[in-house]
Design a protein around this ligand. Structure first.
Ligand code: SF4
Ligand code: MG
Length: 322
């Protein structure tokens, strides 16, 4: 299907207080198709949030380009940037942070509408009730205050607000992570329904691999600012082959699962992104590390339909040896 959003070589560096350079994202490519979901997984610090800030144009990349319907939008500024942002909207982990405490639900949901369009009050009211209906909140909620609502209800509100301008892309950054499992599942269902109805494209970032897997047409696994594997969501269990992807899958079964901490079952610590090891960024923790891995950084190679992996175990040379 049609490509909505495309990133090529997206790279972002930060200067630390001590004058060092931290590369939060290194040469990331991504492709988002119409009506599809791209899932992004990885431990905290892997560059997911930085990537999202570039994709939603809150930050510009230091290198690389971003295309929206084939148009280069990397360096948009001012009014053009503002206009373009409405097409790519974001739902955060805690949407309530985006709501001013004295704003009623109706005002919170209609704020983007009022910022971007000249609408009569009657038309604003009509759209607010449509949006509340879409996220299955009663119309009577429009007079309430977000802080008087439950976490799940506020998250629905966050979704309604993000959809107010009818974006093409909805970016969900840990959007359901703070919720109870049952509430979480209902929100996920709701997002899937809205996606089908509106042919919405989604980028779904979450530390819960099982959840990402169930949502995503394509999954990107990130480690230390780079993509180590990309493959179709429905092939994750059978086909994922990067040692890090496998470790993530393995830890789904761990009892004390907490993906935001370094994986306890992996040997070694996550290297500091300030001081990336030479060779494969994962070699300090990889049980299958070979001599070559400490010297040479593996490139992302295509090993199957929609399947890429960055690991020397799957380079052509080694494949021939097996
Ligand atoms: Fe492990 Fe080497 Fe593959 Fe890196 S390249 S993941 S160190 S086997
Ligand atoms: Mg983050």
């Amino acid at each position: 299907s049609e490509i909505i959003l495309e990133g090529r070589g997206l790279t972002r560096r930060y200067k630390t207080d001590t004058g060092q350079t931290l590369t939060a994202c290194r040469g990331v490519d991504l492709t988002l198709h119409k009506g599809k979901t791209l899932g992004i997984v990885g431990e905290s610090g892997c560059g997911k949030s930085t990537l999202l800030r570039m994709v939603t144009q809150l930050e510009q990349p230091d290198e690389g380009r971003l295309f929206y319907f084939g148009k280069d939008i990397t360096s948009l500024k001012g009014e053009e940037l503002r206009k373009n942002r409405r097409h790519i909207q974001m739902v955060f982990q805690d949407s309530s942070a985006a709501f001013f405490p004295r704003m009623k639900v109706s005002e919170a949901v209609s704020e983007p509408l009022r910022n971007f369009k000249r609408l009569s009050q009657r038309e604003v009211d009509r759209q607010v009730s449509k949006l509340l209906e879409l996220v299955e909140l009663p119309e009577s909620f429009s007079e309430r205050y977000p802080h008087s609502m439950s976490g799940g209800q506020r998250q629905r509100l966050g979704i309604a607000r993000a959809l107010a301008l009818n974006p093409d892309v909805l970016v969900c950054d840990e959007a359901t992570s703070a919720l109870d499992v049952s509430v979480q599942q209902r929100i996920i269902q709701l997002l899937a329904e809205i996606q089908r109805e509106r042919k919405l494209s989604m980028i779904f970032v979450c530390h819960d691999l099982a959840l990402v897997q169930s949502m995503s047409h394509q999954i990107m696994v990130m480690y230390l600012g780079g993509v180590v594997e990309s493959l179709p969501g429905n092939q994750m269990w059978e086909r994922a082959c990067h040692p890090y992807s496998k470790a993530l899958l393995g830890s789904i079964f761990a009892v004390d699962m907490d993906f935001d901490k370094p994986l306890s079952r992996l040997e070694g610590d996550v290297p500091s992104p300030l001081d990336l090891p030479k060779g494969c960024p994962f070699h300090t923790r990889c049980a299958q590390c070979m001599d070559r891995c400490q010297q040479e950084r593996p490139a992302l190679r295509t090993i199957g339909p929609d399947h890429q992996v960055a690991c020397h175990l799957y380079s052509n040379e080694v494949k021939e040896c097996i």
